[in-house]
Design a protein around this ligand. Structure first.
Ligand code: NDP
Ligand code: GDR
Length: 372
C-alpha cells in the first residue's frame, strides 16, 4: 500500500486530494494545525476513526514552521509521496504578515526537502511542491508557460518563488524526485470564502435568499485563468507518477475578468447586472430579473455591488493565462470543467448552503455575515 503525506490537508486542495488518494488505495497521512476550534470541516466526510484497525487516513498535529515536528512525522510515516500544499495562501493577507508567509511558504518547503534528505529517504520519497501562477506576477508574456520568466508581485509570490527554486535545486543537487506544479487559480465549492470566486458566489446566493444586500469588491478588472480544484489535484497526482521529475504548468488556457465572473454568477440566478460609474465610484446594479429561482429577493434597481479600496493590493497581478501544452502532452492531463461549469457549480452549492441559514433566520435565529 502506498503512503502519502499531505501538508495542508484541511485546505481546499488537500481535501480533494486526500479523497482522491484514498479512492486509489493509498494510506493518507495529513498534517493538521492545532486550533481552538475544529478545523477539519472539509475532510469530515472522509474521516476514519483511528481506533478502527483498517483506517487508512491519519491526521497528525504539526506545522510547517516546526522542523523537528516535520522530521519526526516523516520518519514515522516513511511516505512514498509528499504533497506540500500547506501555505498561508492569501495574496492580499501576505502583505500584512510577510515574515510569517516567508517562514511557512518558503522555509516550510525547505524543511520538507531537508527532512527527506536527512532521513535518507531521497530515493524513496517523491515530493510535490504547490507552486503557483503568482510567480509570473507582472506580465512578461501571454500565455504563460514553464519557460516564461517570473516577476513575483507579493510577499506570498516571493515566498513561493523560493519554494519553487529550492525544489528545483534539491532535485538537481541531490537527485531527488521533487517537482513543481505551477497551478493557475483553481476554485470549487470548498474554496475559502475570502478568495474572489467564492466571495462572489456566496454573496450572490445570500442576495437571492435575502440574507445580504450588497458585496464590496476590489479590482474587478483583474483577469484570471480559473479551473476546478477537482481537475487540478489529479494533475498533482500525475506529476508524481512520471518516470522523471519535472515542473508543469496546470491551467485551462482561458482567461476571464473578475467583472465577467460576477456578471455570469448573477446571470446564473436569472439576474442581469450592469455597471455604472467609474473607478472607486463604480457600482453594480440589477437591471432585470427572471425569477428562475424560487423566492429570488433580487429586484431591478438594487445596488448590489460597490468598490472598496481596502481590497486593492499594493502591487497587483493584472492578467494570468496559462499554456498547459506540456501537461497535456506529457501527463495526458485535460480539465473537465471550464469557468462556466465551475461558477454554476459554486453558485448552486452556495445556494444549498445558504438555504440552511435562511431557515435559521426564518426560525428567529440571528445569522452573521463577515465582510473580509
Ligand atoms: P488553502 O488556503 O485552502 O489551504 C491551505 C492549507 O495550508 C490549510 O490546510 C492550512 O491549514 C494549511 N496551513 C497554513 N499555514 C500552515 C502552517 N504554518 N503549517 C501547516 N499548515 C498550514 O489553499 P489551497 O488548498 O487553495 O491551496 C493549496 C496550495 O496550493 C497552497 O500552497 C497554495 O498556496 C497553492 N496554490 C493554490 C492555488 C489555488 O488557486 N487554490 C493556485 C496555485 C497554488 P488551516 O486549515 O489550519 O488554515
Ligand atoms: P489570487 O486569488 O490573488 O489570484 O490568488 P484571489 O481570488 O484572492 O484574487 C483574484 C483576483 O481578484 C481580485 N479581486 C479580489 N480578490 C479578493 N480576494 N477579494 C476581493 O474582494 C477582490 N476584488 C477583486 C484580486 O485583486 C485578484 O486580482 C489565488 C490564491 O489561491 C493563491 O494561493 C494562488 O497561488 C493563486 O490564486 C494562483
Amino acid at each position: 500500500m502506498k503512503k502519502a503525506f499531505i501538508t495542508g490537508i484541511t485546505g481546499q486542495d488537500g481535501a480533494y486530494l486526500a479523497e482522491f488518494l484514498l479512492d486509489r488505495g493509498y494510506e493518507v497521512h495529513g498534517l493538521k494545525r492545532r486550533s481552538s476550534l475544529f478545523n477539519t470541516a472539509r475532510i469530515d466526510h472522509i474521516y476514519q476513526d483511528p481506533h478502527d484497525k483498517g483506517a487508512r487516513m491519519k491526521l497528525h498535529f504539526g506545522d510547517l514552521t516546526d522542523s523537528t515536528n516535520l522530521i519526526r512525522l516523516i520518519q514515522e510515516i516513511q511516505p512514498d509521496e509528499i504533497y506540500n500544499l500547506g501555505a498561508m495562501s492569501h495574496v492580499r493577507v501576505s502583505f500584512e504578515m510577510p515574515e510569517y508567509v516567508a517562514n511557512t511558504d518558503a522555509i516550510g518547503t525547505l524543511r520538507i526537502l531537508e527532512a527527506v534528505r536527512l532521513l535518507g529517504l531521497s530515493e524513496k520519497t517523491r515530493i510535490y511542491q504547490a507552486s503557483t501562477s503568482e510567480l509570473y506576477g507582472k506580465v512578461q508574456a501571454i500565455p504563460q508557460s514553464e519557460t516564461t520568466p517570473f516577476y513575483p508581485r507579493s510577499p506570498y509570490a516571493v515566498a513561493k518563488m523560493y519554494g519553487y527554486w529550492i525544489t528545483v535545486n534539491y532535485r538537481e543537487a541531490y537527485n531527488m524526485y521533487a517537482c513543481n506544479g505551477i497551478l493557475f487559480n483553481h476554485e470549487s465549492p470548498l474554496r475559502g470564502e475570502t478568495f474572489v470566486s467564492r466571495k462572489i458566489t456566496r454573496a450572490v446566493a445570500r442576495m437571492v435568499l435575502g440574507l445580504q444586500q450588497k458585496v464590496y469588491m476590489g479590482n474587478i478588472d483583474a483577469k484570471r485563468d480559473w479551473g476546478h480544484a477537482k481537475d487540478y489535484i489529479e494533475a498533482m497526482y500525475l506529476i508524481l507518477q512520471q518516470p522523471k521529475a519535472d515542473d508543469y504548468v496546470i491551467a485551462t488556457g482561458e482567461t476571464t475578468s473578475v467583472r465577467e465572473f460576477i456578471i455570469r454568477a448573477f446571470a446564473h440566478v436569472g439576474a442581469t447586472l450592469v455597471f455604472k460609474g467609474q473607478g472607486v465610484n463604480e457600482v453594480g446594479i440589477i437591471d432585470s430579473v427572471k425569477n428562475v429561482i424560487e423566492g429570488n429577493a433580487l429586484k431591478p434597481g438594487d445596488e448590489v455591488l460597490a468598490i472598496d479600496p481596502r481590497y486593492f493590493r499594493p502591487t497587483e497581478v493584472d492578467l494570468l493565462l496559462g499554456d498547459p501544452t506540456k501537461s497535456k502532452q506529457v501527463l495526458g492531463w485535460k480539465p473537465k470543467y471550464d469557468v462556466n461549469a465551475l461558477l454554476r457549480e459554486m453558485v448552486d452549492a452556495d445556494l444549498d448552503l445558504m438555504r440552511g441559514e435562511s431557515h435559521l433566520k426564518q426560525g428567529g435565529f440571528r445569522v452573521y455575515n463577515f465582510h473580509e
